[in-house]
Design a protein around this ligand. Sequence first.
Ligand SMILES: NC(=O)c1ccc[n+]([C@@H]2O[C@H](COP(=O)([O-])OP(=O)(O)OC[C@H]3O[C@@H](n4cnc5c(N)ncnc54)[C@H](OP(=O)(O)O)[C@@H]3O)[C@@H](O)[C@H]2O)c1
Length: 166
Amino acid sequence: MKLIVAVDNNWAIGCKGHLLVSIPNDQKNFAMETTGKVVIYGRKTMETFPGGQPLRQRTNIVLSRNPGFKVKGAEKVCSVEALLEKIKAYPSDDVYVVGGEEVYRELLPYCDTALVTRIDYKYEADAYFPDLDADSEWRLEGESDIQTYFDIEYTYLKYKRMISGR
Ligand SMILES: NC(=O)c1ccc[n+]([C@@H]2O[C@H](COP(=O)([O-])OP(=O)(O)OC[C@H]3O[C@@H](n4cnc5c(N)ncnc54)[C@H](OP(=O)(O)O)[C@@H]3O)[C@@H](O)[C@H]2O)c1
């Protein structure tokens, strides 16, 4: 299983329920990477999607502990155990964890690849991703050239897990 995330220089990922910044080419990259694949996310992250709805052209799996929570276009699971059971039906390489903070933290131990958009700035934030540079289980394996969007500079990084996950 992979994860895909955009972080700033402090590994921040969000503020007040929103992304830190929207970079059109990063969004395109996210769509190219995940279209036709399985995306896993928390109920709060779903609220940040266009219209608060599941992502089109993908198999959507949303985590919520609320037994009454139902959404058209997504399968719901109410625990990590139920999620792990459900994704057995898909090739591991086709499954992407796409956020947010709580879900990344819970599922990081099950991921073997992290696709990180690293934005060269420090934003005001209240949601963070674990610092993979400080985690000996993870190693930076690839780095793109510097990309720009107006005055924002960012890079696509690929981290791999060195010790096999759970
Ligand atoms: N930079 C990025 O790449 C990126 C990507 C995605 C999101 N984000 C940001 O991340 C922030 C949201 O993160 P967050 O931590 O607040 O929320 P989140 O992880 O998106 O969702 C948390 C919710 O997911 C459900 N959940 C989590 N673990 C569960 C489990 N084990 N079993 C069942 N349900 C579970 C619960 O829903 P219920 O409350 O319904 O039970 C929980 O309240 C926002 O700022 C968003 O913009 C950033």
